[in-house]
Design a binder for this molecule. Structure first.
Ligand code: CIZ
Length: 372
């Protein structure tokens, strides 16, 4: 479902006025509403967030709240995860339904099923295949993974999830969806050489590679990637090393292999924030991730004498995250307020995951969270 055009009243609303609408609705709704702000959201949204964090942590927090209305300021798959984990009497809303994720869209369920059938028909060791999906995936994909004995993972716990699988079965073969880079970077860190990773290109016969490679590899990577993190490259790292030799480089593991290898550190959004925040005054950082996060860190840490910049110097904004602006938040908060007041309003932007999909997706999330 796409985003309907904002009513004119909100479309033309000045930022201050929209912020006042959000403030008022929030005050009136009190504990009935919780606003979640992903690390990649604009400042004008983060200002109203009750909680900020990565997608999974935010969904867990929302489920722990008694709030009836969860407004997830992030992208569509995140709102779906919140609905999967929410209780039956909670409703999840996304301010702009066009806030999608191009990486999540790269693993479509029909293509994944074609791949799975091919592997079942052609691989001798099919029974050892465990599908793993990064949380950046649709509820359909999480459900597929859950149904087939697999796991979800985040960029913070990917290594622990793969370890858990290989501890249970040292011959396990991971089908990693949808982000090739997180899969490759993590598996390599865990000792899998690059030539022992196969690659599956959706839409190509047999995934476009050799059957022998699929047969021998303990990891099969799906052909997905993040359009923001793909923009970081080794040349930018070399330029930083040349211009500022004390500057440390930290990148997200959605960056490509060479970039992660050339950087000093890599980690999820929460790990990046923690490492940089805890660094000594006088530290200098070039960060390879989305710019809203980097700019906020820069402004917050400047008074502490910690210098922060985006790797490469050019802002790298996630255009879909950016779709949630203060006008969309004002509109959705006003709708929720009127709904709660008993007004007969047409409801938009509620994200609802089908019950069957939800049950299977929960299996994948639960396996990820299980201790061993
Ligand atoms: O899970 C998230 O929120 C994403 C997309 C990345 C991260 O590293 O936190």
């Amino acid at each position: 479902m796409g985003q309907m055009p904002l009513p004119e009243k909100f479309l033309d609303m000045a930022g201050d006025e929209a912020a006042n609408v959000v403030r008022e609705c929030k005050a009136r709704l009190g504990k009935k509403v919780v606003i979640l702000g992903h690390h990649y959201q604009r400042d004008e949204i983060i200002e109203f967030a009750d909680f900020t964090g990565d997608s999974l942590r935010l969904s867990e927090i929302a489920a722990e709240q008694s709030a009836k209305y969860i407004v997830f300021c992030g992208v569509h798959f995140m709102a779906e995860s919140a609905d999967i984990l929410a209780s039956e009497d909670q409703m999840v809303f996304l301010p702009d339904m066009d806030a999608g994720c191009s990486m999540a869209d790269m693993a479509e369920i029909d293509d994944v099923e074609v791949c799975w059938e091919f592997l079942e028909k052609n691989l001798k060791n099919f029974k050892d295949i465990v599908p793993v999906t990064y949380v950046n995936s649709s509820a359909n994909i999480k459900a597929f993974v859950g149904r087939n004995g697999g796991y979800c993972c985040t960029s913070s716990n990917c290594e622990q999830v793969l370890k858990k699988i290989w501890d249970k079965n040292k011959n396990a073969k991971i089908l990693f969806l949808p982000d090739q880079h997180l899969g490759r970077n993590t598996a390599f860190k865990m000792g899998v050489p690059l030539n022992m990773m196969a690659f599956w290109k959706a839409g190509k016969e047999g995934g476009g590679g050799k059957l022998a490679q699929l047969q021998k590899s303990p990891v099969i990577l799906w052909n997905g990637s993040c359009c923001v993190h793909q923009k970081f490259n080794v040349e930018q790292i070399k330029a930083v090393r040349k211009a500022a030799k004390d500057m440390k480089i930290i990148v997200h593991p959605e960056c490509c292999f060479d970039v992660v290898q050339a950087a000093d550190y890599n980690g999820s959004t929460s790990q990046i924030i923690k490492i940089v925040e805890e660094s000594e005054p006088g530290s200098q950082w070039a960060i390879g991730t989305e710019s809203s996060l980097v700019n906020r860190l820069r402004d917050q840490l400047e008074p502490k004498g910690i210098y922060v910049q985006t790797l490469g110097g050019v802002p790298r904004q996630c255009s879909t995250m950016y779709r949630n602006d203060i006008q969309h938040l004002a509109w959705i908060m006003d709708l929720i307020y009127r709904l709660d007041a008993g007004e007969k309003v047409e409801m938009y932007n509620r994200v609802v995951v089908d019950d069957e999909i939800k049950a299977d997706a929960k299996l994948a999330l639960r396996r990820m969270l299980e201790k061993s």
